[in-house]
Design a protein around this ligand. Structure first.
Ligand SMILES: NC(=O)c1ccc[n+]([C@@H]2O[C@H](COP(=O)([O-])OP(=O)(O)OC[C@H]3O[C@@H](n4cnc5c(N)ncnc54)[C@H](OP(=O)(O)O)[C@@H]3O)[C@@H](O)[C@H]2O)c1
Length: 271
């Protein structure tokens, strides 16, 4: 199956997973609007992929933590590109945190992580969902990049894990609400394992030293598997666990039990 949507707004497309998937979209004839804060990276992306002729490429510099500006940003995007049929919320960051020495916990870092990875994602959802809903009955989608760490926390970045678990819970409920309302907006969740991107770089996590950039699976391998998952049909691409997330991190086993229990609760509440 080819990817079902024709024009994707990718937030967090200036490096790593967002850049690689945005490039994959363009290579497969899907138009992209790449978003991030770093203008020079956006220019690089447009230069590399804007002239392939397979699809259109546009860029927009935006900081998703500027919550007050999000409604205007969404309006601007859809005024310029009324045919956006997929919004990928992928921007995120990760920080170390240890409670062993609470006096060293940087609450500013913790708050920025919660804002970037959760609060901003909710503001973006509220701002973008109506534009996708207005396109009914045309199928549209929102893609959320969470993480295997939304299912199982690791010890060096527990606040990051908590933000991803929060988005995962929200997405599970949001998907079902929209399905019950026979919405034209599909809610897709992409669960990467550790991937070699800038996420673990020393510039973001000095505790990693020079080991951060080699942590996880190669970005190309991740992108291939993630894109194949996105191109599946029906319910098959609603949740895309990649590599270790499937078995080792429990998506294929106990996470299924959790989701069955959620549906049982939903059924009981309806009665
Ligand atoms: N790499 C992994 O091991 C891994 C595993 C599981 C999940 N993930 C998730 O995958 C997503 C992408 O991360 P990545 O691994 O590709 O890391 P990355 O290379 O550091 O990319 C992060 C992206 O988010 C953007 N971003 C961060 N803060 C932003 C802000 N305030 N406003 C707008 N854009 C912002 C960055 O753009 P600018 O800096 O230009 O703004 C960049 O494009 C994240 O949600 C991450 O949590 C990654």
């Amino acid at each position: 199956m080819p990817f079902q949507y024709k024009k994707v707004l990718v937030l967090g497309a200036t490096s790593g997973i967002g850049w690689a998937l945005a490039a994959k979209f363009v290579e497969n004839g899907v138009s992209v609007i790449a978003v991030g804060r770093r203008q020079e990276k956006l220019d690089d992306f447009a230069k590399q992929y804007g002239t392939t002729g397979k699809a259109t490429v546009d860029t927009a510099a935006f900081d998703i933590t500027k919550l007050q500006e999000i409604p205007k940003f969404a309006q601007d995007m859809f005024t310029k590109h009324p045919d956006i049929d997929c919004v990928m919320l992928n921007a995120g960051l990760q920080r170390h945190l240890s409670w062993v020495e609470p006096e060293k916990v940087k609450l500013d870092d913790l708050e920025l992580e919660v804002f970037t990875n959760y609060i901003s994602q909710m503001h973006l959802t509220k701002a973008f969902l109506p534009y996708l809903q207005k396109q009914a009955p045309t199928p549209t989608s929102m893609i959320y990049t969470t993480s295997g760490l939304a299912l199982v926390p690791i010890l060096y970045c527990p606040n990051y894990c908590a933000t991803k678990a929060a988005v995962h819970h929200m997405v599970l409920a949001m998907r079902q609400q929209l399905k019950d309302a026979q919405s034209n907006v599909k809610i897709i969740e992409l669960f990467p394992p550790a991937v070699q991107t800038e996420l673990h770089d020393a510039k973001h996590q000095p505790e990693m030293g020079d080991k951060g950039s080699s942590m996880g699976m190669p970005l190309n391998d991740f992108t291939k598997e993630a894109y194949e998952g996105l191109c599946k049909d029906g319910d098959e691409n609603e949740q895309i666990p990649v590599q270790a997330v499937k078995s080792f991190m429990g998506f294929d086993s106990w996470e299924q039990e959790r989701q069955k229990t959620m549906m049982k609760l939903a059924g009981a509440m309806k009665k």
